[in-house]
Design a protein around this ligand. Structure first.
Ligand code: ADP
Ligand code: ADP
Length: 226
C-alpha cells in the first residue's frame, strides 16, 4: 500500500483550464518524491491538496488506506515545512520543537523525552536554549523538521524550502535534507522548480507541465531518457 496515493486528482479554479489535470501519483512508504515543473504548472496546488489546504475538485486522495478528501488538515497527520520555516522568534529552539506537543497538552516528561530525542537526531542538542534569530539557515530548517518529527507525522511535505537561500547554502541544505530523510526514513513530498534539486534529492521525480503529469520516473531514468 502506498503511503500517499493520488488517484486521478483534478483541481479547477473557476471554469478555466484545470490547474491540476487528472494526476495520479503513488508515493511509497519512506520514499522521497519530487514534484517539479515551471511556475504555474500546479505543483503547489497538488501539495496543498495533499495537506488539505485546498479542496479537491475530483479524484481520490488516499493516505494509507484512508480517503482524506474531506478531512481537515489537522486530521491528516502530515507535516508541512514552509519556505520561511514558520518558527516563533521569541521562543527557544527547545520550545519551538516542543510547540505541537504543548498544543496537544502532552505531559512535560513526555515532551522533554521527545524534544531531546529529536534534537539529538537533528544535531541540535547544543542549541536548545538559542532563539531562531541566532541560528543559521540550516539550523532553522532542522528546527522546523524537529517540530515535524515530535508530532510523529506520517509524511513531510516541503514547498520550495530552499528557494530563498543563496546557491552555496542551497547546496549544503540539499545534502542535509537528503541525509536526514534517509536516516529518518520518512515519506516525503517535495515541491521545487529547480532541476538540480529534483535530480539529486528524489527517489522518484514527477514532472508536471500545465497541470499534466508528463513523467514519473527515477532520476536515473530521466537522465537516460529526458
Ligand atoms: P506552481 O506551484 O507550479 O507554481 P500553482 O499550483 O501555484 O503552480 O498554480 C497552478 C495554476 O493554478 C496557475 O495557473 C495559477 O495561476 C492557478 N492558481 C493557483 N492558485 C489559484 C487560486 N487560488 N485561484 C485561482 N487560480 C489559482
Ligand atoms: P507559488 O510560489 O507557489 O507559485 P504563487 O505566487 O503562484 O505561488 O501564488 C501565491 C498565492 O496566491 C498562493 O496562495 C495561490 O493560491 C494564490 N494564487 C496563485 N495564483 C492565483 C490566481 N490566479 N488567482 C488567485 N490566487 C492565486
Amino acid at each position: 500500500m502506498a503511503a500517499i496515493d493520488m488517484k486521478n486528482i483534478v483541481k479547477k479554479y473557476g471554469d478555466g483550464f484545470p490547474a491540476v489535470n487528472d494526476i495520479s501519483i503513488d508515493v511509497a512508504d519512506g520514499e522521497f518524491m519530487i514534484l517539479v515543473g515551471p511556475s504555474g504548472c500546479g505543483k503547489s496546488t497538488l501539495l496543498r491538496m495533499i495537506v488539505g489546504l485546498e479542496d479537491i475538485t475530483s479524484g481520490d486522495m488516499m493516505i494509507g488506506d484512508k480517503r482524506v478528501n474531506d478531512l481537515a488538515p489537522r486530521d491528516r497527520n502530515l507535516a508541512m515545512v514552509f519556505q520561511n520555516y514558520a518558527l516563533y522568534p521569541h521562543l527557544t529552539v527547545y520550545e519551538n520543537i516542543a510547540f505541537p506537543l504543548r498544543l496537544a497538552k502532552a505531559p512535560d516528561d513526555e515532551i522533554d523525552k521527545k524534544v531531546r530525542a529529536a534534537s539529538k537526531t537533528l544535531e541540535l542538542d547544543e542549541h536548545l536554549d538559542r532563539k531562531p534569530g541566532n541560528l543559521s539557515g540550516g539550523q532553522r530548517q532542522r528546527v522546523a523538521m524537529g517540530r515535524a518529527i515530535v508530532r510523529e507525522a506520517d509524511a513531510f511535505l516541503f514547498d520550495e524550502p530552499l528557494s530563498n537561500l543563496d546557491a552555496k547554502l542551497r547546496g549544503q541544505m540539499r545534502t542535509e535534507i537528503s541525509r536526514l530523510q534517509k536516516r529518518l526514513g520518512i515519506t516525503t513530498v517535495y515541491v521545487t522548480h529547480d532541476q538540480t534539486e529534483a535530480m539529486t534529492l528524489g527517489d522518484r521525480v514527477a514532472v508536471l507541465k500545465r497541470g499534466i503529469l508528463q513523467q514519473l520516473a527515477t532520476p536515473r531514468e530521466l537522465y537516460e531518457n529526458p
